[in-house]
Design a protein around this ligand. Structure first.
Ligand SMILES: [Zn+2]
Ligand SMILES: [Zn+2]
Length: 211
């Protein structure tokens, strides 16, 4: 059974909804790549990562996501000129989503942007993570439950859902017409943030049990 999940940044300026949410229609992954950690680092939001430096990402169809208010606070960070579009809230630095561009066939919503009704845990609505992925790209030692890349079983599950996302269409949910909404890091900025993010994860240690 699918449900509508309210979306909100921490301060409530940006709000929206993720329709058709369910374990069968979303694929939820925890990504440990250094790029995701660098995104959080630049925004001074390393607290948004789990204890091992992972980002909670719920993949869904772009056209199932609608932003209903606060469009002027949508910001986009790219770690390089050709990098992933990483959306966040200008107002309070809530991490919002990743897309691969305006015509992205999927949207990866960050878990902290999803606020299921009645305080239900996200696990109840979209299911627990399918897999913990991209450990090889973390740049620091990762716990054994993290796959070096993407395990085949997760690939199959994502592909099964992606067929529905393609049918749903590519209507981009994140639109801000302000000229300065996008920031592209310079190489020096990227390397400095990446080094800080990896160092932080190293210091945090990797001994916590699987989530
Ligand atoms: Zn906000
Ligand atoms: Zn990542």
């Amino acid at each position: 059974m699918s449900t509508d999940v309210p979306l909100s940044c921490k301060c409530g300026t940006i709000r929206g909804v993720a329709r058709h949410s369910s374990p069968a229609s979303n694929s939820r992954l925890v990504c440990y790549c250094a790029d995701c950690a660098t995104f959080a680092e630049v925004l001074e939001r390393s607290d948004a990562l789990n204890a091992d430096g992972g980002s909670d990402i719920v993949q869904t169809a772009p056209s199932w996501v609608e932003i209903t208010q606060g469009h002027d606070q949508l910001r986009c960070l790219r770690l390089s000129p050709k990098g992933t579009h990483r959306w966040y809230a200008g107002c309070c630095h809530t991490l919002i989503a990743n897309t691969i561009g305006p015509a992205s066939p999927f949207v990866g919503l960050l878990g902290e942007f999803m606020k299921p009704a009645d305080g239900r845990p996200l696990d109840d609505v979209v299911g627990p993570p399918i897999a913990h992925v991209n450990g090889r790209a973390a740049g620091h030692p990762i716990p054994p439950h993290v796959h070096p890349r993407l395990p085949p079983v997760a690939v199959l599950k994502v592909v099964a859902r992606a067929a529905r996302w393609l049918v749903a269409g590519k209507k981009p949910p994140f639109v801000n017409t302000a000229p300065d909404y996008m920031r592209v890091l310079t190489r020096d900025e990227r390397e400095a943030a990446r080094t800080a993010a990896i160092g932080r994860a190293d210091r945090a240690g990797t001994t916590s049990p699987p989530a």
